[in-house]
Design a protein around this ligand. Structure first.
Ligand code: SF4
Ligand code: SF4
Length: 664
């Protein structure tokens, strides 16, 4: 048989032993002998390890010596070595898509115990591949230029780290954060475990660095609203919500806050978890970045009634207050995206048995982070909502974690932050502190040592999931206290521990709006709602969408060191992509034969990668090759058969099927 240019088709077939992985079950020599008798096969060989350098050299020298123009390799999974053999063909000077790989290991020797039947199956697979490769066509990988900017979504410690790493390497970064300041959850913490460093002391210099870095454009109080394009060239729209303050003019002097008609703070302070109050014009916390104020239209009298004289506006010498400010949409183009949208904590009211929202002295762990913080609502003094200083405190682990009724997953950080809070609460109050735990999970560097240290400090550990928190008392010593009922699984007793204050160690959940982000960037999530990495071990920061990376708790619960490490890895991946300057697209994409396309549009909504659009001028559908992932959905759906997919053309597939089904 000849190919288009009239030259004879000459196929080389190579059967790999894979040590004994394949040859231990399949008679590889018999498979090669059978292949050697097939039409168009010029040579068929076996080799111990085809993927090794000598194995590849064998193919290269045979191509020259036997004028081969098609190659079939029967070995392991194409996922592992298709690129290896295509590379060898390129080095030998022939088009790498004149190649077909057959998996006789995972589909043969590893799943069959009968050597005879496994050998016959391998012969069938090779025969089908030989028939298929005859119809292969030369294809070219396309190169797309990569825009040299990166978008980082989320300004917590993950986003900050990724943005700084990229900016320091000379890349242009857009950092988008929906809150008025960057800093995320870490900005609310007092100390970090296990070293007990002051969280603000290690975080705020990085926040300031972000603000001052010339390569970083920081947009806080902003959200991504629309994403189009593909790896190397994403077009993104960012909504910048009005904060009614000109960020360029405001210097954060707070004169306006002092001048506000509300002489005392009156409204729930989100940064302090509702434990403090703020005015309608406020800065979330003193080290906020950018250090500018924000006006909340929900609580500002000027917006609510129109009757306020707005002394904030008059007092500002810099004329930074702007009640007419409106929403702005910024449009940017970036080559890569890093998503670092973080987490939210479990809503403790979902477990009324622990009394959150019912008994005032039941707190969440995040509230206690603010209570122990010297810049928190009480200046670091631990005072319960009823005004008492606690003499006994119970910390209940796994609230909204490892629980079939709420969230099944372990939130990974709660054991350690509970130990840290126990240490801080005891240090601040001298109270008796009890921890109620299922089992202690302290697997990080220095974590177990921290746990041992806490035991020496006299923290009392009670192993057992707390059953309930109640104010129903049974003895005089329980009077006026909250009672934690628990089955102590070490002593095998049901115990009642009366305490003044209860802390619920709430678990971590996907952040608010994670689903929207996931849809916009076309990435998948686990059933829990955390973003899914491309491969849990080998590609932990990549996603199924090329050019979109993930970092931090949006991928799953993790502590600060792991978050920072992952953010660095995501930044490095984005840098590698930008530094290369281009991306090569595999050519197994679909294309539309415009002469046959009826313009019915049925393929457009079916494409999971949004690669198909409709050209109103021509009345035909069009496929954007850069977005097409070669899934084949449109090919199967087109009623007029107008769509073809490279490497999966009818002649290629049908000849393969014919040979598999043929009786030899
Ligand atoms: S708006 Fe004006 S008065 Fe208010 S903090 Fe900014 S600069 Fe100061
Ligand atoms: S980390 Fe500890 S407290 Fe948190 S869910 Fe896991 S076991 Fe429970």
């Amino acid at each position: 048989m000849t190919q288009g240019n009239g030259t004879e088709i000459r196929i080389g077939v190579y059967i790999c032993h894979c040590g004994v992985n394949i040859a231990g079950t399949i008679d590889v020599k018999a498979v090669a002998e059978a292949a050697g008798k097939l039409p168009n096969v010029a040579i068929a060989r076996t080799y111990k390890y085809m993927c090794s350098d000598p194995g590849q050299e064998l193919i290269i020298s045979d191509i020259a010596e036997h004028q081969l123009n098609r190659i079939v390799v029967a070995a392991c999974s194409p996922n592992l070595h298709e690129a290896t053999f295509r590379g060898a063909m390129e080095r030998a000077g022939i088009n790498p898509y004149y190649f077909q790989m057959v998996n006789i290991r995972e589909h043969g020797s590893w799943v069959h115990t009968d050597p005879v039947a496994a050998t016959e199956k391998a012969k069938d697979q090779v025969r089908a591949a030989v028939a298929r490769v005859v119809h292969h066509k030369p294809l070219e990988r396309k190169r797309l230029a990569v825009n040299q900017s990166v978008l980082v979504v989320g300004g917590g410690i993950a986003g900050i780290t990724a943005a700084l790493d990229l900016a320091k390497s000379g890349k242009r970064v857009y950092l988008v954060e929906r809150e008025p300041s960057i800093g995320g959850h870490m900005a609310k913490y007092d100390k970090t475990f296990p070293t007990l460093d002051c969280a603000a002391c290690i975080l705020t210099p990085k926040m300031s660095e972000v603000r001052e870095h010339p390569n970083i454009t920081l947009w806080t109080y902003s959200e991504v609203t629309e994403v189009a394009g593909h790896i190397g060239k994403f077009k993104v729209k960012v909504r910048r919500k009005p904060r009614y303050i000109d960020e360029e003019l405001c210097v954060g002097c707070m004169d306006c806050v002092s001048a506000c008609v509300f002489k005392e703070p009156k409204f729930e302070d989100e940064f302090n978890e509702g434990l403090g109050k703020r005015k309608p014009i406020y800065m979330p916390f003193p080290q906020a970045v950018p250090p500018v104020v924000t006006i909340d239209p929900e609580t500002c009298l000027k917006f609510r009634t129109g009757k306020c004289k707005a002394p904030c506006e008059t007092v500002c010498d810099r004329k930074a207050v702007d009640f007419n400010q409106t929403e702005r949409i910024e449009e940017i183009e970036v080559g890569a995206v890093i998503i670092a949208t973080g987490f939210k904590t479990f809503d403790a009211t979902r477990l009324p048995l622990y009394g959150y929202g019912i008994y005032p002295n039941v707190y969440t762990s995040l509230e206690v982070e603010r209570l122990v913080n010297s810049s928190g609502p009480t200046g670091g003094e631990i005072v319960c909502r009823d005004g008492r200083k606690p003499k006994s405190i119970g910390i209940i682990h796994c609230v909204g974690s490892r629980d079939k009724k709420t969230n099944r997953w372990c939130s990974r950080v709660c054991c350690m932050y509970s130990l840290k809070l126990a240490h801080l609460l005891r240090e601040h109050t001298g109270a008796d502190v009890y921890q109620f735990y299922i089992d202690m999970r302290c697997p990080g560097k220095g974590y177990d040592e921290f746990y041992e240290k806490l035991l020496d400090e006299g923290i009392q550990m009670i192993r057992g999931r707390a059953a309930e928190v109640t104010d129903w008392t049974m003895t005089p010593e329980e009077e006026g206290k909250l009672v934690i009922r628990v089955e102590d699984t070490l002593s095998a007793y049901v115990r009642r521990i009366p305490v003044d204050m209860v802390v619920l160690s709430v678990g971590l959940e996907p952040a608010e709006g994670a689903d929207e982000i996931r849809r916009m960037f076309n990435i998948s999530c686990s059933k829990e709602g955390f973003f899914l990495e491309k491969h849990p071990k080998l590609a932990p920061v990549e996603t199924a969408t090329a050019g979109v990376f993930i970092a931090g708790c949006c991928q799953g619960p993790k502590d600060i060191p792991d978050t920072v490490a992952q953010a660095g890895a995501a930044a490095a991946q984005a840098m590698a992509l930008l530094d290369k300057g281009y991306v090569e697209m595999e050519p197994n994409t679909a294309y539309i034969n415009a002469d046959h396309c009826s313009g019915c549009k049925s393929c457009i909504p079916l494409c999971p990668y949004h690669a198909i659009s409709f050209n109103e001028a021509t009345g035909k559908a069009e496929i954007n090759e850069a977005l097409c992932s070669g899934c084949g959905t449109c090919v199967a759906s087109c009623p007029s058969g107008s769509i073809t997919q490279n490497l999966f053309e009818d002649a290629q597939i049908f000849s393969e099927i014919d040979e598999v089904l043929s009786y030899v």
